[in-house]
Design a protein around this ligand. Structure first.
Ligand SMILES: Nc1ncnc2c1ncn2[C@@H]1O[C@H](COP(=O)(O)OP(=O)(O)O)[C@@H](O)[C@H]1O
Ligand SMILES: [Mg+2]
Length: 294
């Protein structure tokens, strides 16, 4: 990064932040969703559990989208969630992130943070990052600037206008660029990236916030086979450093992620139908029935 580029970046960032402050930007509410500023609470992972859902139920007009769902994910674990359309996978993520309030049940992040007492932005601040299906990057900014902005959003608009990247932050951006396979594209305008690359960039923007838990809803939808394979490698490289919950339809992707040794959870009608290795759940008669019976 030359000083010139950084200067130009700073100017564009200023314009972007002003737009953001006025409610514009690539996605409304993004700045609220990002941020790790003065986290009121630090999660406690001493017991090894990152996420604990207990007996969660959600109804929409009497229809139970989640029906006594219980699930727990370990610290650093990469967990795949599968299940037919309408099983409640997205609703589960909505409950974890505070978008939907369950009618009953409990949800904990680590052993102490009661997610059902926190607002959506507070949940993002304690370290839960969510990737939606559609990529929402700032198309007119470079890849680098998108990552820079994800950092800057931390500090509130005013101070973000006057700050400069520290060496440490530059290193972090470089690290994330490598992780998301976009190092050679750093100066490219995000709007010119392929669909898959935009998805990676958005994951990178989440990573800038260093979330402890990442929720990814159908992350490889619309990707090429090669992009899908590289996404599996990317997620595997995050395992351990973060806990990941990946909802996915694509079984070859789930196979690549689990490699015959990681747990898969099958949701059906708002609850856990089966859990185990992919080969085990695929051999489960009830699971077969649910998938074939549609
Ligand atoms: N906001 C909502 N209002 C009414 N019904 C909803 C709403 N969100 C989800 N549902 C219903 O809840 C069920 C589960 O949906 P969803 O969680 O999106 O499933 P999945 O992601 O597993 O495909 C579906 O039958 C869906 O139609
Ligand atoms: Mg869904």
């Amino acid at each position: 990064m030359t000083p010139d580029l950084m200067e130009a970046g700073a100017q564009r960032r200023e314009a972007m932040l002003q737009r953001q402050a006025q409610g514009g930007g690539a996605s409304g509410g993004r700045s609220a969703a990002y941020g790790r500023i003065a986290r009121g609470q630090e999660p406690d992972f001493a017991h090894g559990v990152a996420l604990y859902l207990d007996d969660i139920s959600v109804s929409f007009d009497g229809f139970k989208a989640l029906n006594a769902l219980s699930l727990s994910v370990n610290v650093g674990e990469l967990r795949c969630i599968i299940g037919p359309n309408g099983a409640g996978k997205t609703t589960m993520m909505d409950c974890i992130t505070g978008k939907t309030r369950p009618d009953s049940g409990r949800a904990f992040f680590g052993s102490t943070i009661d997610l059902l007492r926190l607002s959506e932005p507070e949940i993002a601040q304690v370290g839960i990052g969510r990737k939606f299906q559609k990529p929402t990057v700032y198309e007119d900014l470079s890849v680098f600037e998108n990552l820079e902005l994800a950092l800057a959003a931390d500090r509130g608009v005013r101070s973000a206008l006057f700050w400069r990247l520290s060496g440490e932050q530059l290193d972090r951006i470089g690290e994330v660029l490598t992780t998301i396979l976009l190092r050679s594209q750093a100066q490219r305008q995000a709007g010119l990236l392929s669909h898959g690359q935009k998805q990676w960039l958005e994951i990178g923007m989440l990573l800038m916030q260093d979330p402890r838990l990442l929720l990814l809803d159908e992350p490889v939808a619309g990707m090429t086979d090669e992009e899908t394979e590289r996404t599996a490698e990317l997620f595997l490289s995050l395992e351990g450093k973060h806990s990941l919950v990946v909802v996915e339809h694509d079984m070859s992707f789930v196979d690549a992620l689990t490699q015959g040794k990681r747990t898969v959870t099958v949701l059906h009608e708002g609850r856990v139908l089966a859990e185990g290795l992919l080969s085990q759940v695929q051999a489960n008669e009830q699971v077969v029935e649910v998938y074939l019976g549609r």
